[in-house]
Design a binder for this molecule. Structure first.
Ligand SMILES: [Ca+2]
Ligand SMILES: [Ca+2]
Ligand SMILES: [Ca+2]
Length: 137
């Protein structure tokens, strides 16, 4: 039995797809870009007022059909289906602005380890901080 050209090409394609690009290293230790985008008063930390404003802006960016809700497709890569279910008390499979902000607030509080009301660079670089960032920008 001999391999056809197409089966060789298929095998090559499978081999190529197995090579996974290295995940981006992120901005470890340096959050200048995030802080300058999210922190208009330049005090080096993000307070809830600043986070909420960024979240509202993101909500409108992610909602191109302007129906006032975000579905799983619009939230892809930012909010998983389990989180959507958890912050969706009306069970309509979408998050309206009020529900979305409740989720953002929850992530903000998780990221704010020292409970001082603001997120500093170190907190932003934590796992909880990266999760917060995904719903801010
Ligand atoms: Ca600030
Ligand atoms: Ca809902
Ligand atoms: Ca803090």
């Amino acid at each position: 039995m001999r391999m056809t050209l197409s089966s060789l090409l298929a095998a090559a394609a499978i081999a190529a797809s197995a090579i996974i690009a290295p995940a981006s290293a992120g901005h470890r230790g340096d959050c200048k870009a995030e802080l300058s985008a999210l922190n208009p008063d330049h005090d080096g930390t993000i307070d809830w007022h600043e986070a909420r404003r960024a979240a509202v802006r993101l909500f409108h960016t992610l909602d191109p059909d302007h129906d006032g809700t975000l579905d799983a497709a619009e939230l892809r890569g930012r909010v998983g289906i389990l989180s959507i279910a958890r912050f969706n008390p009306d069970r309509d499979r979408t998050l309206d602005k009020h529900e979305f902000l409740a989720l953002v607030k929850h992530r903000f509080e998780r990221a704010n380890r020292d409970d001082d009301g603001t997120i500093d660079c170190r907190e932003l670089n934590s796992l909880a901080g990266r999760r917060l960032l995904r719903v801010l920008m």
